[in-house]
Design a protein around this ligand. Structure first.
Ligand SMILES: Cc1ncc(COP(=O)(O)O)c(C=O)c1O
Length: 382
């Protein structure tokens, strides 16, 4: 069945609706099949074995590629599996320039896995375009990995400027767009070559899936990442692919509501006497605000803050009633996370201290609840 070109919202709302010509199923079926029968030698329906391609996963991948304006997309078993697939573009001895303040699991992958394969990460503050320019001038750099906004300090990079610098030097730009999604930031349109996601977050949106995705900007990268996906096999299963597909249908409205809540909470926290500092790119005075207005479609729904004393933190985490004390982010349920001991526990203590990821920093992922309930909950713990 044909589908006309449409806006992102319309395309996502109808994701998978025309995916099953035989039955006309409006909800894309979950093809829970490992293998597919051949009518004869050399004949295939296009599906042979589900590691290589599965109809439910293919529908998800087609939707993700369209959402980001990519040439192709690949769904993986986790966000880290997706990032690892991208690392396979690099050879031993090559370097990658990386956002210094990034998700702790990505840091662990780079430090403890990539390095052992001979790929060397060089960490820089990617909100400082000049610092990135200097780092890119090293001769062995082949890849620039940018997380923006960063996790957990919400620093914003000028992705358009960074991608142009990288392109001039023959370096691939990879954007981790987990925090903003295609609704909030369009990395390929800003010049990036690849986009990665933890689909466990906003794309699926209900804290019920662990998955990831890579979106490729060119046919060459589509071929290379497709090869890695099949050769290594860290694929998203059909059920998880379906859950993400279903989540994507409401992504734009979830993001809009979650962002609205984040804005209100960040503004409220900024005026609270027990809060020392608030990190949210949508607040006036945030250093990334101008870039945000130029390049992004919203500030996202993540915010972090420091309280004045570390001994207040355990009480806050234990006493919240509406917020859930859990790691992860991006779901309809609001979560409160303690980055130092949860998401960033594997980062080097010296690096944590230098970046300001300290024992007074808390991170919030705002969900879709009524904002007054969220504020009342923070009020009673603070
Ligand atoms: C920005 C970012 N990228 C990647 C990941 C890794 O994703 P996953 O947990 O799905 O492997 C996370 C997880 O929290 C994340 O926050």
């Amino acid at each position: 069945m044909k589908q006309r070109s449409s806006t992102l919202e319309t395309m996502l709302a109808q994701a998978g609706c025309r995916g099953d010509d035989r039955t006309g199923a409006v909800s894309m079926p979950i093809y829970q099949s490992a293998t597919f029968v051949h009518a004869g030698l050399g004949q295939s329906t296009g599906f042979d074995y589900s590691r290589t391609a599965n109809p439910t996963r293919s529908m998800l991948e087609k939707t993700l590629a369209r959402a980001d304006g990519g040439d192709g997309a690949f769904a993986f078993a986790s966000g880290l599996a997706a990032i690892d697939a991208v690392l396979h573009l690099l050879q031993t001895g090559e370097q990658m320039v990386v956002t210094e303040d990034l998700y702790g699991g990505t840091y662990r992958l780079f430090e403890q896995v990539a390095k052992r394969r001979g790929v060397e990460p060089v960490y820089v503050d990617t909100s400082d375009t000049e610092a990135v320019r200097c780092a890119l001038d090293q001769p062995r750099v082949r890849l620039l990995f940018v997380e923006s906004p960063t996790n957990p300090l919400l620093k914003v990079a000028d992705l358009r400027a960074l991608a142009a610098l990288a392109r001039d030097r023959g370096v691939w730009t990879v954007a981790d767009n987990t925090f903003l999604t295609p609704c909030g930031q369009r990395p390929l349109e800003l010049g990036a070559d690849l986009v990665v996601y933890s689909a466990s977050k906003y794309l699926s949106g209900h804290n019920d899936v662990v998955a990831g995705a890579v979106i490729t900007g060119t046919p060459e990268l589509t071929e290379r990442i497709g090869f890695v996906q099949n050769a290594i096999g860290a694929i998203a299963g059909p059920m998880d692919a379906w859950l993400i597909l279903r989540g994507l249908k409401t992504l734009p409205i979830r993001m809009a509501r979650q962002q609205e809540n984040a804005h209100a909470i960040a503004t409220w926290l900024s005026a609270h006497p027990r809060v020392e500092r608030v990190f949210y790119p949508g607040l006036p005075g945030h250093p990334g605000r101008a870039i945000l207005e130029r390049e992004q479609l919203g500030a996202g729904a993540m915010c972090a803050f420091t309280v004045s004393a570390a001994d207040r933190v355990p009480r806050i985490l234990e006493k919240v009633e509406t917020f859930l004390f859990a790691e992860s982010l991006g779901g309809v349920e609001s979560l409160i996370t303690y980055p130092l001991v949860q998401t960033h526990a594997d980062m080097d203590p010296g690096v944590l201290a230098r970046l300001g990821i300290n024992d007074r920093l808390l991170r919030l992922s705002l969900g879709v609840e009524q904002v007054d309930d969220l504020i009342a909950d923070l009020e009673q713990v603070l």
